[in-house]
Design a binder for this molecule. Structure first.
Ligand SMILES: Cc1cc2nc3c(=O)[nH]c(=O)nc-3n(C[C@H](O)[C@H](O)[C@H](O)COP(=O)(O)OP(=O)(O)OC[C@H]3O[C@@H](n4cnc5c(N)ncnc54)[C@H](O)[C@@H]3O)c2cc1C
Length: 442
C-alpha cells in the first residue's frame, strides 16, 4: 500500500474517534491552545450515540438516556443550554412469572425486582465507597471473579422472583450473566448511593432535548479541531518523539501525541508499534459482556405506555413505550444477545413482544447491530469478571505518547455517555501535561 501524508500541518494531538470521549478530549485540548486533528472512521460524529430518522421520526439508535446523578454529562447540558425530556411514565407493566404472563401496576413490577435486588446490591458502597475511584479499596478484589449469575443463584432460591432479578441484570448488562462481573453491578449502584431504583431511573427516563446529536454537535462546534471523516485508523506508531497514524487507505498523519478512543472490541483492528503490553492486550482480548441489541418498534394504534420484562435468556427481554406517532405507538426493546434474533425482522420482534404484551401488532421495526459494527463491536460496555482488578488500570494507562480514553475505561459511569465525557476530560489533561513537559525539555 502506498503511504501518503495528509496535506496539513502536524497537529499537537491526533484524536482517534469522534464519540463523546474524543469530542470532549479535543475540546479540552483546543481550549488550552493545542492544535487537534480528529480522525473518525464513520461519516458522522457521535459514535455509539446516533440520532437517526427511522419509523417516521428521529430515534436514538444507540445511547440515549442521561440523569442528574451523572455529573459530567449534566454539566455539559447546562454548559450548552440543553434541557431534557422525559420518557412517558409507564401506566401498565407486564412480566413473566410462574410460567406465564403477568400484568399489574408498574410499581408492582418494581417491587418484585426489589424483593431480592435490595439485598443483592446492599454492599455496593462497602466495596465502592468512592464510586469515581473504583480502585480506592482493595476489598472488591475478593469478589471480582464472581459473576452476577453465580452470586444471584447462590444468594436466592430458584423461582420466579429470582428469574425476574436475573432478567433485570441481563437488561442492565445487555449481555448474558455468566461472565458479568458482580463488581460491575455494584459499581453501577454505588454511583446512585446504593439505590438501584434511582439507578434504573438513570438508565431509562431522561433524554436530551434535541437528541444526543444536539450535545455532540455543541461540543464539536465549541472545539475548533479539524476532522477527517471516513478515516479508518489501521496502525499507530510512536518513536518517542512523533506519533504517526496510518489509515486503512494509506494516508498518514503525525503529531506529538495521540488519544485513542476506539471501543475495546474495535481495538484489535488497530496495530501498535511498539506493540501494546500484555496486560492491555489481554484486556482487549477479554472484551466486554455487552453483546446485545436495541430495537425500535412501531405498533399499530395507540397503546397506553407500558414496561415489560421477560426472562433473562429471551432474545428480547425488555420493552418500553416511548412515543405516539400519527395514531401509532413507538416502543423500544432490548435483548442480551444480538446473535439470537434478527431484530430487523418484524415477525421475529412480534413473536417476542407478543409473549408479554397482549393485543399488540408490530407494523415496522428498525435497529442497528452494534456488535457486528466494526467500529463498535459492543453496545454499552459492561465489564467481565476479573476485568476491574486486572485490566481496567492497564487499559487506562498511556503507552508512550499514545493515550487511551472512552466510556469502556471510565472510572465512574463506565458504559454511559457520562463515562465517555469523564474519560475524555481526564485524558485531555494527561495529554496536556505530557505536551507541556516535552516543551519544557526542548
Ligand atoms: C444500543 C446502545 C444503547 C445505549 N444506551 C445508553 C444510554 O441510554 N445512556 C448512556 O449514557 N449510554 C448509553 N449507551 C452507551 C454510550 O452510548 C457509550 O458508552 C458512549 O457513547 C461511548 O462513547 P465513546 O466516545 O467512549 O465511544 P464511541 O462512541 O464508540 O466512540 C468511538 C469512536 O471511534 C470511532 N472508531 C472506532 N474505530 C476506529 C478506527 N479504527 N479509526 C477511526 N475511528 C474509529 C468510532 O466510529 C466512534 O465514533 C448505549 C450504547 C448503545 C450501543
Amino acid at each position: 500500500m502506498e503511504r501518503q501524508a495528509l496535506e496539513q500541518e502536524s497537529p499537537d494531538v491526533i484524536v482517534v474517534g469522534a464519540g463523546f470521549a474524543g469530542l470532549t478530549a479535543a475540546r479540552e485540548l483546543t481550549r488550552q491552545g493545542f492544535s487537534v486533528h480528529i480522525l473518525e472512521a464513520r461519516a458522522r460524529i457521535g459514535g455509539r450515540t446516533w440520532l437517526d430518522h427511522r419509523l417516521g421520526r428521529d430515534l436514538e439508535i444507540g445511547g440515549a438516556w442521561v440523569h442528574w446523578t451523572q455529573p459530567f454529562v449534566w454539566a455539559e447540558l447546562k454548559r450548552y443550554g440543553l434541557g431534557t425530556v422525559s420518557s412517558p411514565e409507564p401506566q401498565r407493566a407486564f412480566w413473566w412469572a410462574d410460567g406465564g404472563r403477568q400484568e399489574g401496576a408498574p410499581g408492582a413490577l418494581l417491587q418484585l425486582i426489589g424483593r431480592y435486588n435490595d439485598e443483592f446490591v446492599k454492599d455496593s458502597r462497602t466495596y465502592f465507597p468512592e464510586p469515581f475511584r473504583p480502585l480506592a479499596l482493595d476489598a472488591f478484589k475478593e469478589i471480582d471473579s464472581v459473576s452476577v449469575q453465580d452470586r444471584i443463584r447462590e444468594q436466592f432460591p430458584a423461582g420466579s422472583t429470582r428469574d425476574i432479578l436475573e432478567s433485570f441484570w441481563a437488561l442492565n448488562f445487555n449481555g448474558p450473566l455468566e461472565n458479568a462481573a458482580l463488581t460491575q453491578a455494584l459499581r453501577w449502584v454505588a454511583l446512585t448511593n446504593g439505590d438501584w431504583a434511582i439507578n434504573f431511573e438513570a438508565c431509562a427516563t431522561y433524554k436530551i432535548e434535541g437528541g444526543t446529536s444536539a450535545l455532540a454537535k455543541a461540543i464539536f462546534r465549541d472545539c475548533g479541531a479539524s476532522i477527517d471523516f471516513g478515516f479508518t485508523v489501521a496502525a499507530i506508531s510512536d518513536d518517542a518523539r512523533t506519533v504517526t497514524v496510518l489509515g486503512s487507505d494509506g494516508r498518514t498523519i503525525s503529531a506529538a501525541a495521540a488519544i485513542v478512543t476506539v471501543p475495546l472490541h474495535a481495538l484489535p483492528r488497530v496495530a501498535f508499534e511498539p506493540p501494546l503490553p500484555p496486560a492491555k492486550t489481554e484486556g482487549v482480548q477479554l472484551g466486554q459482556v455487552s453483546k446485545g441489541i436495541k430495537v425500535w418498534i412501531r405498533l399499530r394504534g395507540e397503546h397506553a405506555p407500558f414496561a415489560a420484562l421477560g426472562k433473562a435468556d429471551w432474545p428480547l427481554n425488555f420493552f418500553q413505550v416511548e412515543y405516539t406517532l400519527d395514531g401509532d405507538t413507538i416502543a423500544v426493546g432490548f435483548g442480551p444477545d444480538a446473535s439470537k434474533i434478527d431484530a430487523a425482522d418484524p415477525a421475529a420482534v412480534q413473536a417476542q413482544l407478543g409473549r408479554l404484551v397482549p393485543d399488540v401488532q408490530v407494523v415496522e421495526v428498525s435497529t442497528h447491530n452494534w456488535v457486528a459494527d466494526p467500529f463498535a463491536g459492543e453496545t454499552w460496555p459492561m465489564h467481565r469478571t476479573g476485568f476491574l482488578s486486572t485490566h481496567l488500570p492497564a487499559l487506562q494507562a498511556a503507552h508512550g505518547n499514545v493515550l487511551f480514553a472512552g466510556s469502556d475505561i471510565a472510572h465512574g459511569w463506565g458504559g454511559f455517555i457520562d463515562g465517555a465525557i469523564e474519560s475524555g476530560m481526564e485524558t485531555a489533561l494527561e495529554a496536556a501535561s505530557l505536551l507541556q513537559v516535552r516543551t519544557e525539555l526542548r
